[in-house]
Ligand binder design. Structure first.
Ligand code: HEC
Length: 133
């Protein structure tokens, strides 16, 4: 009986752990978006999260606008509203509305905005290294 309760407890703990924005991003977005800059651009299917966040931070004036854009764009991608110029090379992202709920997306957007940061200098440096490989 104790064992059952323990199993149930660790099971629910892991379910709750999956609710973090980072875990949701890993689960639902990293099939295309890596988090960090990969060593080589050859395997790239979409901009890495650090690149996305660099561009969104350059283009919007505050965190709320960035979160709003992530929410709207991920559910309704649109060439006209895309900030990253890579939309031309990668093609438009398919809508993720069947993959992610609005509630999950809010957690993902919070995590991206709060925790995924790279300075301009670091972004340029890593991008150069990536394209050299
Ligand atoms: C099937 C591949 C694929 C998946 C899965 C995917 N994306 Fe994308 N995403 C792309 C591509 C390709 C681009 C770059 C072209 C563009 O902007 O549409 C992109 C661009 C973006 C952008 C940049 C928008 C802009 O203004 O330029 C955001 C934000 C984004 N994705 C968020 C997400 C989130 C959050 C998830 C997970 C819920 C996700 N994506 C899952 C392929 C994907």
């Amino acid at each position: 009986m104790n064992k059952l309760i323990f199993t149930l407890l660790s099971l629910s703990a892991s379910i709750f752990a999956m609710q973090s924005g980072e875990e949701l991003f890993i689960q639902k977005c990293t099939s295309c978006h890596s988090i960090n800059m990969p060593k080589s651009h050859s395997t790239l299917l979409a901009p890495p999260a650090v690149g996305l966040m660099f561009h969104l931070n350059e283009n919007f004036s505050n965190d709320e606008e960035i979160k709003e854009h992530i929410l709207t764009f991920t559910l309704h991608p649109d060439k006209e509203t895309a900030i990253c110029k890579s939309v031309r090379s990668f093609g438009l992202m398919p809508s993720q509305k069947d993959n992610v709920s609005e509630k999950e997306l809010k957690l993902i957007a919070d995590w991206l905005v709060d925790d995924v940061y790279i300075s301009r200098r670091e972004y340029k440096k890593q991008k150069k290294e990536m394209f050299a490989n």
